[in-house]
Design a protein around this ligand. Sequence first.
Ligand code: CDP
Ligand code: CDP
Length: 231
Amino acid sequence: MGRITIAIDGHSSTGKSTVARQLAHKLGYIYVDSGAMYRAVTYFALQNGLVDHDGLNEAGLVARLDEISLNFGMTDEAGKSPIILNGENVESAIRTLEVSEWVSPVATLSEVRKKMVQQQHQLGGEGGIVMDGRDIGTVVFPQADLKIFMTASAQVRAQRRYDELLARGDQISYSEVLENVTERDRIDSTREVSPLKQADDAVLIDNSEMTLEDQFQLVLKLALQKIDQID
Ligand code: CDP
Ligand code: CDP
């Protein structure tokens, strides 16, 4: 069976990483959460005083990019592999609302994107990979065999993310989460470098009314069809 490259892009909190992980697990492929990489860089900026009342110190962060080393740890039974920043497992620490509030500004920086894309290419040049993010089908793997673009209404997405943060015990309100989700979409879609947009050859999925199982079955069907065509 051929091992294809699958790119899953879309708006924030649409279920991209959940479906990408399930698919990789089912097909025995590598899964890469590219958003976790941008989040880890943002966490580094927050931990190192590069964000203060004046905002993000862009030049300061760019000057320290060489100090950032990212890896993914061992995959567990659910197909999850934690992101490791300079030897520290930061998988949980990067999911806070504070990181979500600074990640889109960090992700506008071309030097940051260059470093992330280089590493993403090293992880997945050979096929047998599912990567999710914002620019995977357009910039990272424009030759991907299957491209999916996921969206859902902002309210549905904010509610899903709010439920998730609440279950972690984070103290936040639904309106803060809604604002973050819509503001990130705005910055991500309007930035100059690699803006979030649907690739011409991507399949659009609006999962506002789909369960996790519905969306998994749909994406799995598309992947198996593509693998069949290639074999
Ligand atoms: O999971 P969620 O939708 O909240 O976002 P994520 O995938 O963790 O990505 C966090 C942020 O990283 C996005 O809002 C983008 O600003 C940035 N990102 C990006 O610019 N390019 C990617 N390939 C992945 C994420
Ligand atoms: O990676 P992305 O930010 O696009 O989304 P995610 O982290 O996979 O999903 C965000 C949240 O929405 C998770 O708690 C999912 O379980 C939930 N979700 C859902 O309940 N139903 C869907 N159809 C899609 C996602």
